[in-house]
Write a protein that binds this ligand. Sequence first.
Ligand code: NAI
Length: 488
Amino acid sequence: MSELRFDGRVAIVTGAGGGLGRQHALTLAARGCKVVVNDLGGGAHGSGQSSTAADKVVEEIRAIGGEAVANYDSVENGEAIVQTALTHFGTVDIVINNAGILRDVSFAKMTEQDWDLIMQVHLNGSKSVSHAAWSIMREKGYGRIIMTTSAAGIYGNFGQANYCAAKLGILGLANCLAEEGRNKNILVNTIAPLAASRLTETVMPADLLALLQPEAVSPLVAWLAHENCKETKGLFEVGAGFMAKLRWERSEGYVFPNQHVLSVDDVARQWDKITDFTTSTHPSSTTESFTPILEGIQHPNLGGNEFIDLDVASKAQLEIESSYDERDLSLYALGIGAAQNPLDHSELAYVYELGSEFQAFPTYGVMPQMNAMLNMAKQGITLPGMNYGFDRVLHGEQYTEIKRPLPPHAKLTHTFKLKTAYDKNPNAVITFAISSKDESGEELIYNEMTAFVRGAGGWGGDRGDSLATNIAPDREPDAVIEEKTDIN
Ligand code: NAI
């Protein structure tokens, strides 16, 4: 593989008089890049100024046969730095925003000056140089910008409130410029390095610093600056041979039901779900960020509580098998009072299974799914999202449709689904739809079972219609049938 070169390219490396910047400049220059070596030449805390730092690195580059020019302006004066590139090399292709200082102090003791100085050099400096180069890059349809953030900014660090804020501000700047530069072939990435330099020499032991050479960081910077690299809006941690990409992670989150007013108690109740990363996503744009919010508006959460989770239950279905035979049919018929008079042959057909006329009493159609449901309850199986015990349930209504005469025996598969759930706070009224199919897969019976579930309401859902159900019309009945409970 031929080595990656930068011939004909022009780079500005800020703060290149020492540390990481010097190494970035040397690495690029060694591969044919023309480099503006910018450095104010001040102290690590932002005091003083000198041209020696930049001049020395320019000499080093020239010594290895490279092309470089020094610039001594502060990064706050980006126009002047870019002008140096234009004057000497005619253009700018690469900007490496690296210059930096520290004013570490606890937040309690931080002065306005500590804050402002760090903002000026890191955040305003990165903006200023990038901004001055931006129109040139846009015009030529080519640009590579590398920003320098810090683990301190990403994760937070004691005594660096100014630095953390400025460093994460730089990442925000990079993320935005990546979007604005995308269709102009201006790619913007950010590194969070760890390397021995005068900024770290006071906070790390010497033997560790010896292993953290800037030479292990610059190759990543050079790759991100190369025309072959198509990465943009990336964030990378890099040091001592370790390189990794970072991204945002978002918990699956929780969509509250469409309530009028969310309360602080609602938030407290759902806190575990809001903060649970078991299933997570990695949004990488504002569009992806807003998606769940907009989806929540289009498909509001149905809601629920510890007894009933309507979002789960509304999508759930449960299949249970059961069977019945002649004995079940006969016992059922006897149970509801058939053949009270054994001499009345008209009802023998429901109870005498060996008779040629033997048949199921039609209302038996309510039984197989009911038995299956009671069996489920015994085994502790419920429709997902229905988390209440049978001790809360009162059977309310039953609707049964028999699709064709029930055979004398059958093996059935019942599919349970939630049809409606009304919140009669504090109770709930739940209707299940149950389709029972025979072995050929044909629906034999359809049931709807409505249950009153004690204490399971109160999730802020629809109360349902309280008035219109089963109210007799205000007139005389069409017919009246009187029936006496049979003696058996
Ligand atoms: P360094 O102090 O060796 O290099 C920074 C250079 O920037 C110095 O040569 C300094 O003169 C120059 N500079 C300071 N203010 C300037 C200004 N206003 N205009 C122009 N040049 C200016 O420090 P190091 O470690 O090489 O830092 C380079 C960058 O990497 C900084 O942005 C720093 O915050 C960042 N960084 C470094 C880490 C490390 O482990 N060394 C860790 C995380 C971030």
